[in-house]
Design a protein around this ligand. Structure first.
Ligand SMILES: Cc1cc2nc3c(=O)[nH]c(=O)nc-3n(C[C@H](O)[C@H](O)[C@H](O)COP(=O)(O)O)c2cc1C
Length: 299
């Protein structure tokens, strides 16, 4: 059984978010009932050439297990090689390797990586097959509805990934063309979940306990992934868990939010260099969103 399902409950997962879901924030989310996290995306090529920054992204602490490493790359040989290395070196820290097949950024897609792999299903399948063969750990991938509405091939893509050895897939119900705009299409998640036997995690617009329950009911997904709704809001995991368990939920007071923000800042400063403070600043402004006096505080 995949580690993500070990707790024998529907997993509620923190989305990989570059520049946001670092090991400090992942830990904060785990403390709020998140079941499973991913590292920010890590370049397979960057690892191959030994970048120190890239390696820092692989830092996973005991407090945030289980955690999956997310890689991006489009060269089957390099991806497989890096997975082997990661599995050897970090075997105790991580439980799965995920391949990013959904990133929309031109600097990624321009190299045929991220969501560009959805335009080249044979290459994506070759990457998955090489990765799954090389890895002692389960390999998953995360992709979108498709490149655009005319090429919304998530179902075909999911089938190809399953046939190539993927142990799990995550579907973000937006096309690459949409980036992060417009509502996520949950119907496509339902179609993928019906088309494959491996577990499917649904992603896109899960921003409350009610939305998580609705997504699970409407799509048949095995779990839900939360992205932007977790920004400055690790409490979303408590809320979703309560909704899934049929319990009531009392949202945190502003005071409790501030206490969590301070704790996050303390963990950050204990682990990271002060020069990285700008990374923390955006988290702090998210925690205080909508609070009286937030503007003065941010200044
Ligand atoms: C700032 C930011 C960074 C992201 N970085 C990644 C990433 O590194 N890997 C990835 O697979 N998705 C990444 N995503 C996409 C999210 O994982 C998720 O699919 C997307 O935000 C949709 O979910 P949501 O509607 O719950 O936000 C990122 C999204 C945002 C907003």
């Amino acid at each position: 059984m995949l580690p993500v399902f070990k707790k024998n409950k529907t997993p509620v997962v923190l989305a990989p978010m570059a520049g946001i879901s670092d090991f400090v924030y992942r830990r904060v989310c785990m403390e709020h009932g998140c079941d499973f996290t991913y590292t920010e995306m890590v370049s397979a090529k960057g690892l191959f050439y030994g970048g120190a920054k890239t390696r820092e992204l692989l830092r996973v602490s005991e407090a945030e297990r289980p955690c999956a490493v997310q890689l991006f790359g489009s060269d089957p040989v390099i991806v497989a090689d890096m997975i082997k290395r990661i599995a050897d070196e970090f075997a105790d820290d991580i439980c799965m390797v995920d391949i990013n097949m959904g990133c929309p950024m031109p600097k990624i897609t321009g190299n045929g990586e991220g969501s560009a792999l959805m335009l080249d299903v044979p290459r994506a399948a070759a990457v998955m097959e090489a990765a799954a063969k090389a890895s002692a750990l389960p390999v998953s991938c995360k992709f979108r509805k498709g490149w655009d509405e005319a090429r919304a091939n998530a179902v075909e893509f999911a089938r190809a990934m399953e046939a190539s050895g993927a142990a799990l897939v995550t579907v973000h119900g937006r096309t690459r063309e949409q980036l992060y705009h417009g509502p996520a299409d949950w119907e496509v998640i339902a179609r993928v979940a019906a088309a494959v036997k491996i577990p499917v995690i649904g992603n896109g617009d899960v921003d409350s306990g009610e939305a998580a329950v609705r997504m699970l009911n409407e799509t048949g997904a095995a779990g839900v992934m939360v992205g932007r709704a977790a920004e400055g809001n690790p409490f979303i995991f408590d809320e979703i868990r309560a909704a899934l368990d049929g319990r009531g939920y009392v949202p945190p007071t502003d005071y409790e939010r501030m206490c969590e923000a301070v704790r996050h800042a303390e963990l950050f400063l204990a682990e990271k260099d002060e020069r990285l403070f700008p990374e923390l600043r955006k988290h702090m402004s998210w925690y205080t969103r909508g609070m009286r006096g937030a503007l003065e505080l941010r200044r």
